[in-house]
Design a protein. Structure first.
Length: 349
């Protein structure tokens, strides 16, 4: 059993023991067995409690995301709930773009049609002005305000930025590392019901939190802004292609796929279609091969460590995937003639 759980249960069981010293005839009361859900909730709360004691922004960010499920739990102190923890993360990491990216996500999950706030956007723009993903949040904000000039300016800024970073890999790494604040017992791992090692479960858990809690509407804003129009707007199309290319070269697999799809939809002729198709084939090949290795990534600690080490060094999801593929002897390029399977027809059984 986990250390803090031992202390907690030990404190409770000490009460009937003390009573027995006063009244030797008193029978000890049996502690009720915790359910699987209660064990996992207790473990998560213990993680949050320990992370909240740390002064660094990344630990507080991880605690913020782990505590999101406790919003309506009146038994949890306000200081250990997400709003207070995020406020502390902002104070500790006032110059961290990741902190303000998570802050933007928190606002968009709370009020998706009025996010992010101007204050959070200004902070992101000042800290990470060369990141196209930041300007896509400004684009979304302007679209929701029906401010066409501001939206167009934000798209231009995104096109002129040097890179695209949606922080997915960095955030997965932060959450993965933070979960090590408290060891996980075999009993708790069994309670999760997952077919994974402890490290594999921590990685899957981190990815799930990053996907569920820190999704932002920038890609949707870009797709809306780049819809084809009549007559065609050459300047708009050029900006959209520039952003799509940055997404294609980013470290996020989702952004790469979205960038490739947008770029393809904007091509006027066949001039660049061959190179684009080659990049799509490479992306599809790597995704398929990684899918086939998913079981080993979750179950084999050595494979998990290859992924998490690369992720920790680069904050780059694509680099972590490439590291795993190379470690397993899988080529990063598809074999000649290989083509991805056609998407399933949703109208056929």
């Amino acid at each position: 059993m986990l250390r803090r759980c031992i202390l907690f249960i030990g404190g409770l069981t000490a009460l009937p023991a003390a009573a027995q010293l006063l009244d030797p005839s008193a029978a000890p009361a049996a502690a009720p067995e915790m359910t699987r859900e209660q064990k996992l909730d207790q473990y998560r709360h213990d993680q949050i409690n320990l992370l909240a004691l740390r002064p660094d922004a990344e630990s507080l960010l991880a605690a913020t995301l782990l505590a999101d499920a406790d919003a309506d739990d009146k038994r949890r102190p306000a200081a250990l709930k997400s709003p207070a923890l995020l406020k502390r993360a902002q104070a500790a990491g006032a110059e961290s773009a990741l902190v303000w990216w998570v802050s933007a996500a928190a606002e968009c999950h709370a009020a998706p049609k009025a996010c992010p706030s101007a204050q959070v956007l200004q902070k992101l723009e000042s800290l990470d002005a060369e990141n196209a993903a930041v300007w896509l949040l400004s684009l979304w904000h302007a679209q929701q305000a029906n401010d066409a000039p501001a939206a167009r300016a934000a798209l231009t800024s995104a096109a002129q930025a040097r890179r695209y970073n949606d922080f997915f890999g960095s955030l997965v790494n932060v959450i993965y590392q933070a979960q090590d604040v408290l060891p996980m017992s075999d009993d708790l791992l069994n309670a999760t019901g997952s077919d994974a090692s402890v490290d594999g479960f921590r990685l899957l858990n981190a990815a799930n939190y990053a996907l569920a809690k820190v999704t932002l509407p920038g890609a949707r804003a870009l797709a809306d802004a780049c819809k084809t129009s009549e007559p065609p707007d050459a300047a708009l199309s050029a900006d959209c292609v520039a952003v799509a290319e940055k997404m294609e070269n980013s470290g996020s697999l989702f952004a790469r796929s979205a960038g490739l799809a947008l770029h393809e939809s904007l091509l006027a002729g066949d001039a660049d279609r061959g190179a684009l198709q080659a990049r799509k084939r490479q992306q599809a090949w790597q995704m398929q091969q990684m899918g086939e290795l998913a079981g080993r990534l979750a179950n084999e600690t050595r494979v998990t460590h290859v992924y998490t080490q690369a992720l920790g060094e680069s904050g780059d999801e694509a680099a972590a995937v490439a590291a795993v593929l190379r470690s397993q002897g899988v080529s990063l390029e598809p074999p000649p003639g290989w083509q991805p399977a056609a998407p399933a027809d949703p109208f056929k059984p």
